[in-house]
Write a protein that binds this ligand. Structure first.
Ligand code: GTP
Ligand code: MG
Length: 192
């Protein structure tokens, strides 16, 4: 415990241990936001009712401690997302990559986020979830469907951006525990 605390304070003094970075989990209903939060919190996969009331959890991943806000994705509650935009440090945007019927709807919501002036500098991780399901679209197709391929540029640090804001796509399966850790690792470089 002593060693752990020393380690933490060392990271803290290096500025690598950011306390309470505020991360939002956004995306359409059924994308897997609550499932991901549970997975990160206690490594469980449980069925949840659709989220009506936002809830937050403190998480530590790698050397970043953050507070994750899981917001409901149903259309009626999407309008409450903006209440969480002030002081946000990063966005995890989940997409059900096996639900090709709703990719357009997901693109529209993502576009609104990209066009929100308040979020202009906030890095966005797009998680193409549920790749374990038959019919999940591959990354390239997801990028096309979300319309981010055409807009992305690579900056001089080799980071993909849209309008000067880091945005990248990571395919994952929360069910099978693959892919999302890379997304969080990528995000953590912007949270120091
Ligand atoms: N096959 C598969 N199913 C998944 C995966 N991740 C989540 N699910 C399922 O997708 C469904 C919706 O998951 P939730 O986490 O409740 O979705 P949500 O984004 O929180 O939805 P709202 O709260 O309505 O916004 C559940 O039945 C999950 O078990 C995955 O990686 N693979
Ligand atoms: Mg939910």
């Amino acid at each position: 415990m002593f060693i752990l605390n020393m380690f933490k304070s060392l990271l803290g003094s290096l500025g690598l241990y950011k306390k309470n970075a505020k991360i939002l989990f956004l995306g359409l209903d059924n994308a897997g936001k609550t499932t991901l939060l549970r997975r990160l919190k206690d490594d469980r996969m449980v069925q949840h009712d659709p989220t009506l009331h936002p809830h937050a959890e403190e998480l530590v991943l790698g050397n970043v401690r953050f507070k994750a806000f899981d917001l409901g994705g149903h259309q009626a509650v999407r309008k409450t997302w903006k209440n969480y935009f002030p002081t946000v440090d990063g966005i995890i945007y989940l997409v059900d990559s096996a639900d090709s019927q709703r990719l357009k709807e997901s693109r529209d919501e993502l576009e609104q986020i990209l066009n929100t002036a308040e979020l202009a500098k906030v890095p966005i991780v797009i998680l193409g979830n549920k790749i374990d399901k038959p019919g999940a679209v591959p990354e390239e197709e997801l990028r096309q469907a979300l319309g981010i391929n055409v807009k992305q540029q690579i900056n001089n640090k080799n980071i993909k951006e849209i309008d000067g804001r880091p945005v990248d796509v990571f395919m994952c399966s929360v069910a099978n525990r693959v892919g999302y850790a890379e997304g969080f690792r990528w995000l953590s470089q912007f949270l120091n």
